[in-house]
Write a protein that binds this ligand. Sequence first.
Ligand SMILES: [Zn+2]
Length: 64
Amino acid sequence: MTAPFLSLAQILNRLALTARWTLRDHRPALDGTCALCHSPDCPPAIAARDVLETIRQLRWRDTP
Ligand SMILES: [Zn+2]
């Protein structure tokens, strides 16, 4: 799929959506490790949280 004319807001929305899917798939199981990779420090979940936090800060900065 090509989408050549995305605005920055649309790109951020897609990134946020992907990060939320990642967090949903890599949520901690009952023993505290990732349900998908069985790692206590799941790298995809950490990266997804970083992405969401960065997007949150970008949106705050853009809000008048
Ligand atoms: Zn994981």
